[in-house]
Design a protein around this ligand. Sequence first.
Ligand code: SF4
Ligand code: SF4
Length: 306
Amino acid sequence: MKPFDAQRRLSRIEAVLPELRQRLDPCCLCPRCCSAHRLGGELGECGLDGVLRVASVARHLGEEPPISGETGAINVFFSGCNLHCLHCQNWPISQLHVGKQLTPEELAGRILKKWRKGAHTLGWVTPTPQIVGALEAYRLCLNEGLDLPLVHNNGGYEDPEIVDLLAGIVDIWLPDVKTSDSAWGRKVQQADDYPEYNRKAVAGMVRLVESGNAQSVIVRRLLLPGRLEDSRQTLEWLWGSFGNQIQLSLMCQYFPTYQTENDFDLGRKLSEEEYNTIIEYAQDLGFERGWVQNFEEENGLPLHCL
Ligand code: SF4
Ligand code: SF4
């Protein structure tokens, strides 16, 4: 791993902030490119205007080992999301935008307070619609000496141009790979172009690792009940495109919530048999780098190597 170079990051942030600010209003920060005048108070399809809004800044010990380490990830949960997953387990934050308005200085202060007690990484959760405020806060943290690897935890619905702009700033890319089926993307994420953008975005993240502009890509696949064929197709694409360049995190912690409690397809938990079928499929394809969860545990933790 390269030594932490705060000056290089600060230069990169200075270089990309003007373009990101320009893309904030009219907004084209994500594939929806909905052109909302966010700085004038208009809400985008993600439900956000131009004000930085954060639900929580909390230490998390249950992420994948390179993220949590021994001391945990400082996770910043940004309010809002550019997807609208029917089964979102964080729906009050992502869909109702629960959170508090903060200035970049206030967000930096909260992060630094946690960092001074020790941490392994800084994790941004669904940062894309608020990337400008996130970078402004990160810049302040770097100037105070923060030296944690930065994790970009996203739903995988990203514009590859924005991914490129974050070269040399994000260390660990942590995208979801939710579906290979555009009809399912339309029904569940309200984004029928999800597979198209997801694939381009993950490919862009892997390219950043290849060019030395990021450390790793950990792809998360939350397995859904009854969606075995979609999982197989998705794993085949990942394996065929990237092999063991990526690390794969197969998650079993799905439970019906938000708009899926009475849903015909999604109104039940994943079975252990379904989970084991997909783990074996991944292993048969050749995946060797990654993690699976403990099916017996309520939240799927702890993780074991694939
Ligand atoms: S980030 Fe939000 S406002 Fe911007 S394009 Fe995406 S959905 Fe629209
Ligand atoms: S991408 Fe994640 S946070 Fe956003 S709506 Fe989907 S499950 Fe929720």
